[in-house]
Every structure is written in structure tokens, then in C-alpha cells.
Design a protein around this ligand. Structure first.
Ligand SMILES: *Cc1c(COP(=O)(O)O)cnc(C)c1O
Length: 410
């Protein structure tokens, strides 16, 4: 493909208009929206409005007057539309890590007598740690079983309460067959908790269509909700009466402002809330979610996969270095919207790219990872990034001491 071909694709791109909705520095090609999405321009204005008007002028009155108290459920309902869930099935709050803990414990409450929480080895660390921490708390009664991804389906048995899986893998971008795995778990009476961190805002989803049970996802990746944005948590309607959150707090009470001594959970998704909503984080997240809702999810996924395909093809056609290997599935149907290449000098490679204004990231031990957020990237940018990577490899531009010095966050 020539650069003109890439530009022609941009001219025909139905999502091109979204580019101007983001505040990205000139000259930067941002291939890390899968780790921290950039700010929508509207977020700046909204944050000023919240801190000056709602917080400053409104003070505590804003819990009612500015509907702060409704934000977790209101934004949850908006995210529900992005993931094929119903109104009242999604709530926003806490970090993804905390939400995973809550749902893992919640799954045990839905499957009393079953003692195993099953998951995949090599999953995102927090997913594994949340399960390990929960079982450390519960003692002998519950165990975590982590098996290789291709052994997961066969490992589900009558003792499995729930399976926790990351729909799109954070390193390889390998995608689970969400419908098939959910059905396999249900056949054994087990539940599935889907981690949708690298899915939401990227890969089109229909949770209700596959009878999904429970899910969590991230606000600051493809939803562009801002650093540390609250997570979201999905509980299918049919599970809401029985599920118990392990973290009881006043905001999950049936009547928070009755100030009762005894805990009585809210009868709906609100029982998953623990404490006071993070209003500033929620305000920024809502801007990102509103923007995402304007885009057709099928077009979003198709463009992201096309960008990733373009990147892989251009890199492989030009990169002379045999040490560079594709670590993501070649088949786009099996992939999320990022691409991983392994290289022994992966860290230095990514730093050399960043020095040229092309921002990806590194995942130990040897993965250079590039995300293709469909709302703000153009085909021409991806073409440029691929050619820069090929040039860096050909000229060994990565081979400098400053590119090898590791920072705290990679
Ligand atoms: C990004 C990510 C998380 C993040 O968890 P936090 O609590 O927000 O730090 C969790 N799981 C997966 C799979 C992720 O990709």
C-alpha cells in the first residue's frame, strides 16, 4: 500500500469526523489509546463546569441539583448500550480491580456449594491477584484454579462457581469466543465473569444476546474517560436478586439516607455500589462515553481491525529484522484492536518510536504493543508508524543507552 492509498482510505472513513473531537498534541501518533485514551476536547470544558459551577457554586446541593447521586447508574445505563446490556444492568464506580473482586465474591454467592474459581494463566495480573486475595480471605473453602487458555473449557466442572476471563488479552489481543465459552460454562452450571477492559469501545458486543452473567470493564482505555477513571460492572438482571456484594457500604443500602444500623442491600444493581461516587472521575468518563455512543460499534471494530491489519502488513513487508515476530493472531476475527510484536529489544524499540512522536508501550518481557483506537487514528498515521518502525529496525536506531533505561511505568 502507498501512503496515497492510506490517505484515500481516510477520505472514505465514516469515523474520520471523530478525530477533531480529541485533544491530541500535533505531531504525535498515539498508539496507546488501549492503555490510556486521550482527552475528548469536551472533557476540558466539562471538568471546568463541574469544579467551578457544580462543586464551587453548587456545593453540597449538587448531589441533587446536578444529579451527582445518579451518575453511577446514569453512566452505567449509557455503557449498557455499548455492550448489549439492558438499562439497570450496569453500574459505574471503583477501580476495575475492586470490581473484579466484588464480582468474583458475588459469583460465589450465586453458586453456593461450588468451591472453584477458574481462570487462565498469563491473564492480566490484577485479575489473578483479585482471585488469589479473595481465596486468601476465605481460607480453605475456596480455591483458584488457573489453567492455560486452551485448557479452560475442559477444566469447567461441577465444582466451578465461575470462570474469570479477559475477553481480549492485554498482551496478545487474542479474543475469546465469548458466546461459546459462556455456553460451555452454563452447560456445567458455572458462571462467567468477562473482563472487558480491552473490549469496551473497541469490539462490538452483545452481552444479553449470549446470556452473559457478569462483566467488568475499564473507563480509561477505549472509553477515553481519563486516567484512573472508574470501572463499570455488569450483573445480568436474572442474577440481581441473589447476588451479594462482599463490600457492604451505605451507598449500596436499599435506603442510604435512612441511616439504619443494619445493612439491607438495594434490590437492584445499586447494591454493587459501596461508597460515595467519584464525581470528578465520573464527569470526565461520561464525556468519553457520550462520544463513544455517537459511533456505530460495528464501524468502530471494523476500522480498528483494518488499521491493525494495515500496520501488520506494512511492518512485515518492510521490517528486515527476523527477530521481530507477530505475537497477535493473524486472523482479525480472533483479535482485539491492538497488535503485539515480540523483539529481544522491545523496550528500546518502543522508546525509539516514542522519540519520533509515535507512542506505543512495552509489556515485559519482550512485547512492543501498539493500539489502534478507531476514533482518532487515521490510516495515513498508521502507515507512517509502520514505516517508522521498519526504519528503526533497519537502521538499529533503537541501539542507544537512553532507549534502554527503564522508567517505572512501561
Ligand atoms: C487495564 C486492565 C485492568 C486495570 O485494572 P485497574 O484496577 O483499573 O488498574 C484490569 N484488567 C485488565 C484485563 C486490564 O486490561
Amino acid at each position: 500500500m502507498t501512503r496515497d492509498d492510506a490517505q484515500a482510505l481516510d477520505t472514505a472513513d465514516p469515523l474520520a469526523r471523530f478525530r477533531d473531537a480529541f485533544d491530541l498534541p500535533r505531531g504525535v501518533i498515539y498508539l496507546d489509546g488501549n492503555s490510556l485514551g486521550p482527552p475528548p476536547l469536551a472533557a476540558h470544558e466539562r471538568m471546568a463546569q463541574v469544579t467551578r459551577g457544580e462543586w464551587g457554586d453548587g456545593l453540597i446541593r449538587s448531589w441533587n441539583a446536578a444529579a451527582w447521586i445518579e451518575a453511577p447508574a446514569r453512566i452505567g445505563d449509557k455503557i449498557a448500550r455499548l455492550i448489549g446490556a439492558k438499562t439497570g444492568e450496569v453500574i459505574v464506580g471503583d477501580s476495575t480491580s475492586v470490581s473484579i473482586f466484588k464480582l468474583a465474591a458475588g459469583a460465589l454467592s450465586l453458586r453456593p456449594g461450588r468451591m472453584t474459581l477458574l481462570t487462565e494463566t498469563g491473564s492480566f495480573p490484577t485479575d489473578l491477584y483479585a482471585l488469589q486475595g479473595l481465596t486468601a480471605l476465605l481460607g480453605e473453602r475456596v480455591r483458584v484454579k488457573a489453567v492455560a487458555p486452551h485448557d479452560v473449557a475442559a477444566a469447567i466442572d461441577e465444582d466451578t462457581a465461575a470462570v474469570l476471563l479477559t475477553h481480549v488479552h492485554f498482551k496478545s489481543a487474542q479474543r475469546w469466543d465469548l458466546a461459546a465459552l459462556t455456553a460451555a460454562a452454563h452447560a456445567k452450571g458455572a458462571l462467567v465473569i468477562w473482563d472487558l477492559c480491552h473490549t469496551t469501545g473497541a469490539v462490538a458486543l452483545d452481552l444479553n444476546g449470549v446470556e452473559a452473567d457478569l462483566a467488568v470493564g475499564c473507563g480509561y482505555k477505549y472509553l477515553n474517560g481519563g486516567p484512573g477513571a472508574p470501572s463499570f460492572l455488569f450483573v445480568a438482571q436474572r442474577h440481581q436478586a441473589a447476588i451479594r456484594s462482599p463490600l457492604w457500604g451505605w451507598m449500596g443500602h436499599a435506603e442510604p439516607f435512612a441511616f439504619e444500623d443494619g445493612y439491607r442491600p438495594a434490590p437492584d444493581i445499586r447494591a454493587q455500589i459501596t461508597g460515595t461516587p467519584q464525581v470528578l472521575g465520573l464527569a470526565a468518563l461520561e464525556v468519553g462515553v457520550d462520544l463513544q455512543l455517537e459511533a456505530d460499534p460495528a464501524l468502530v471494530e471494523a476500522k480498528g481491525l483494518a488499521l491493525a491489519n494495515l500496520f501488520i502488513a506494512e511492518v512485515e513487508a518492510r521490517a528486515a529484522d527476523p527477530a521481530l515476530k507477530l505475537a497477535s493472531p493473524r486472523d482479525p476475527a480472533q483479535r482485539g484492536l491492538h497488535v503485539a510484536f515480540t523483539h529481544p529489544q522491545g523496550y528500546a524499540l518502543v522508546q525509539a518510536m516514542i522519540a519520533r512522536g509515535i507512542i506505543g508501550d512495552f509489556r515485559a518481557p519482550d512485547i512492543a504493543r501498539f493500539g489502534f483506537s478507531p476514533l482518532f487514528l487515521s490510516h495515513a498515521q498508521v502507515w507512517d508508524a509502520a514505516h517508522a518502525l521498519a526504519d528503526i529496525l533497519a537502521t538499529r536506531a533503537w541501539d542507544r543507552p537512553e532507549f534502554r533505561a527503564r522508567a517505572a511505568v512501561t
